[in-house]
Design a protein around this ligand. Structure first.
Ligand SMILES: Cc1cc2nc3c(=O)[nH]c(=O)nc-3n(C[C@H](O)[C@H](O)[C@H](O)COP(=O)(O)O)c2cc1C
Length: 212
């Protein structure tokens, strides 16, 4: 009888220990987050962002994958005024002008995965991002575009990325609706929208096989 009681106690203890260890594993997984398939030291995330929507997407990518985050800055700022900016961008697109960048990337050759983030401007890739892709040789690297826009989509921007990186492996990009500066809606990447984008970015990174 005593032996049977001990035996039951031992089984109960084993079940308890097993359940504790399972919970522990689960917590570790949540804590560790998603496992990246890339080397953070060889991953660069470059983004252009005027009103910070694309910046938040860039930060979400970095949170999941690691890597160096770089904001593209210009020698000469665009105007504060939205309409004046639209006109300047339109002229730059027409003439093919590439605005000089203040940002300099230290030894681009050390990166083999380069995320490039930008808003849609005039249904195109913004001129500063054209400057970046023109200035740096990204041959042989994985290039991954991401974008925010006012709801009209990516326009020709992803296609232009492919054209400006003819010797790179350009992977499927990610795009989401951001601000509508024309209507005075500048920043939207907070609350439910940020949570939605976080979930979408994780799914996208899994789909393109950069995280497990
Ligand atoms: C000069 C300019 C042109 C824009 N052109 C477009 C456009 O053609 N289509 C669109 O959907 N949104 C357009 N937008 C809106 C931005 O793409 C959108 O607000 C984006 O989320 C801004 O990103 P950011 O906050 O990272 O700067 C334009 C914004 C600016 C400033």
């Amino acid at each position: 009888m005593v032996n049977k009681k001990n035996w039951i106690k031992q089984i109960a203890f084993l079940i308890f220990m097993l359940s504790v260890s399972c919970t522990h594993t689960q917590q570790n997984e949540i804590h560790t987050g998603i496992h990246s398939n890339t080397n953070p030291e060889r991953t660069l995330i470059v983004y252009l962002s005027r009103t910070n929507n694309t910046k938040v997407v860039a930060q979400i990518i970095q949170k999941n994958i690691g890597g160096t985050l770089v904001a593209l800055e210009l020698e000469n700022h665009y105007p504060e005024d939205y309409q004046a900016t639209v006109e300047q961008v339109s002229n730059e697109n027409e003439t093919g002008y590439l605005p000089p960048l203040k940002t300099k990337i230290d030894s681009i050759q050390k990166y083999d995965v380069v995320f490039i983030g930008f808003p849609t401007w005039g249904m195109q890739l913004p001129p500063p991002m054209k400057s970046f892709l023109n200035e740096y040789d990204l041959s042989g690297k994985k290039i991954i575009p991401f974008n925010t826009n006012a709801g009209y989509g990516i326009g020709s921007s992803f296609q232009t990325v492919k054209e400006l990186c003819p010797n790179s492996n350009v992977l499927e990009g990610y795009s989401t609706k951001g601000g509508i500066e024309r209507d005075g809606i500048l920043f939207v990447m907070e609350g439910d929208k940020e949570i939605q984008v976080q979930a979408e970015v994780i799914k996208w990174l899994q789909k393109i096989n950069l995280i497990k």
